[in-house]
Design a protein around this ligand. Structure first.
Ligand code: FAD
Ligand code: SIN
Length: 524
């Protein structure tokens, strides 16, 4: 099936690109599962942009670089932050009902921001953004949205009927999990917008499909990936044995929530950082981790019950209702919280035009490393990155359209040497094992020995999963397992290369921060 442009992913990055490209070209958007299955729909806090008269681009740039521990690329930070106000304006035009107060859009605050600058739709910003983008895409005759397609691998010169061996990307092979059929979706230009790899960890706020498929596919096709050791842990995920990945937005701390020892009630963040609960995420997550380990706790408390009940309910209606259903009234009692993996700062290396290393392939959003986040993402900068780079990819493709060749004939997916699996248990066992050792050995605090243990297990699993992949017909679970394992390998390799502690990479063997910040770039 051929289109002008193929976009892998229907979240903020993919749909932003699709809407701009559809002004001139036919666009196909693929999603794994439902069109709302990415992280975009789950975003709570909001989108950062300089909109207040007393705020400046320079301050937003500085906050981003401080949170990113100096690993950010300044030109990317400037590029994204200076385009933020127009990105918000476009969303308003699309009908996103941002909260407003008498003076304009209501701005909330989150950790690491020196100013109120987060626009939001109550505490369910992502859902409103996803809905507005989807509505516009559904109404556009040049956009075809195809849910329930699991991309397996990018199509390159190696898959041409007349093998060229070139790295030129012509689209992707994708599985229809209902029919079991694999089809080649080809295009002149392909955009990866497939989200993060959070589900490599046992505890994560990310949706189930965040298995790093795009990062793994790009790596296998020949793209460099960068800073994969920089995995962000959100400090406050609800601690509940049944509800495992419900986020309590950072805006709760932004609006006065305090972190306390659950037994003594001691407010501990001022002991760690002068910014207390509003220090950048890596610092708050590490402090909570330390409290939990030092005192043998299961969780700490996040308490906003000292604020007026109407204020809490008005600002956090979704969280309030969710917790009430679980028997917690956040207007009267503290919320039990633990850190959990939240965001993949590293990814496929791109430039300011969202170009990857491979001709014909652009990438945007959480699957990329654009230079914006550095060693730790500043809260609410990531949806922003999706809008700015989704647009940058689309503009670059429009600009160079006349130079993009039509795809040549591509070989069909070869299933001649595989059979149906008779041992699905292997997939489940390996998933569980990977996510456990990543949590225990490659978590918030690392050591070289633990990283080496993880590397050893990855090596063994690579053989087992490789053998399984070579013999059995693909399923979405198998595709995800293969990618998950590929991503763990990239994360651990990157972590072992960094001989310092910086931002999200904190290792007891190298506690110092080197004078010069360097990216960890892996070359396939
Ligand atoms: P996603 O929205 O994750 O979309 C990925 C898309 O790729 C999906 O459509 C998926 O189906 C598709 N896909 C994946 N693999 C395949 C495959 N193999 N084949 C086909 N399709 C595939 N950021 C903020 O800035 N502000 C916030 O308030 C905020 N809150 C958050 C709250 C939560 C709970 C979480 C998890 C994240 C939050 N983030 C927030 C981060 C932010 O939501 C994400 O970084 C952002 O939405 C990523 O968008 P994306 O377009 O890159 O990918
Ligand atoms: C949150 O609402 O705490 C998440 C914000 C983000 O991840 O940027």
């Amino acid at each position: 099936m051929t289109h002008d442009v193929l976009i892998i992913g229907s979240g903020a990055a993919g749909l932003t690109a699709a809407l701009t490209l559809a002004t001139r070209h036919k666009v196909l958007v693929l999603a794994k599962g439902p069109l709302t299955s990415g992280s975009t729909a789950w975003a709570q806090g909001g989108i950062a942009a300089v909109l207040d008269a007393g705020d400046t681009f320079e301050e937003h740039i500085r906050d981003t670089m401080v949170a990113g521990a100096g690993l950010n690329r300044r030109e990317t930070v400037e590029f994204v932050i200076e385009h933020a106000p127009e990105a918000i304006e476009r969303l308003v035009e699309l009908g996103v009902p941002f909260n407003s107060d008498g003076a304009g859009l209501h701005l909330t605050r989150e950790g690491g921001h020196s100013h109120r600058r987060i626009v939001h739709v109550n505490d369910a910003t992502g859902w409103a953004v996803q809905a507005a983008l989807l509505k516009a895409a559904e109404e556009n005759p040049n956009i075809t949205l195809l849910p329930d397609r699991s991309c397996i691998d990018l199509i390159t010169g190696r898959h041409e009927e007349r093998y060229s061996g070139s790295g030129r990307v012509w689209g992707a092979y994708a599985l229809d999990p209902v029919t079991g059929k694999v089809e080649a979706y080809t295009a002149r230009a392909t955009i990866l917008a497939s989200g993060g790899a959070g589900r490599v960890y046992q505890f994560s706020t990310a949706p189930r499909g965040a298995t790093g498929d795009g990062i793994a596919m790009a790596w296998r096709a020949g793209c460099r990936v960068s800073n994969m050791e920089m995995m962000q842990f959100h400090p406050t995920c609800l601690y509940n044995l049944d509800v495992k990945n419900f986020l309590i937005t950072e805006a709760v701390r932004g609006e006065g929530g305090q972190l306390k020892h659950p037994l003594t009630g001691h407010r501990f963040m001022p002991d760690y950082d002068e910014r207390a609960e509003l220090a950048p995420r890596d610092i708050v997550a590490r402090a909570i981790d330390e409290q939990i380990k030092r005192f043998g706790l299961d969780y700490v408390h996040l308490d906003i019950s000292h604020m007026p009940a109407e204020f809490v309910i008005e600002h956090f209606p979704t969280i309030y209702e969710k917790l009430l259903a679980l028997g917690i009234d956040m207007t009267k009692q503290p919320i039990p919280v633990v850190p959990a993996q939240h965001y993949t700062c590293g990814g496929v290396l791109i430039d300011l035009a969202a170009r990857t290393d491979l001709p014909g392939l652009w990438a945007a959003g959480e699957c990329t490393e654009s230079g914006l986040h550095g060693a730790n993402r500043l809260a609410s900068n990531s949806l922003l990155e999706c809008f700015v780079f989704g647009e940058a990819a689309a503009q670059d493709i429009l600009k160079c359209w006349d130079d993009l060749d039509a795809p040549p004939p591509i070989r069909e997916w070869d299933e001649s040497r595989v059979t149906d699996s008779d041992e699905e248990v292997v997939i489940k066992q390996n998933w569980t094992e990977i996510r456990r050792f990543m949590w225990n050995y490659v978590g918030i605090v690392r050591t070289t020995k633990r990283l080496e243990r993880a590397a050893h297990r990855i090596k063994l699993l690579n053989d087992e999963v490789g053998d399984y992949y070579g013999h059995f017909r693909v399923t979405t679970d198998l595709i995800e397992l293969r990618n998950l394992l590929q991503c763990t390998d990239l994360i651990v390799q990157s972590a072992l290369k960094r001989h310092e502690s910086r931002g999200l990479h904190y290792t007891l063997d190298y506690p110092q921060t080197d004078p010069v910040a360097k990216d960890t770039v892996l070359v396939p």
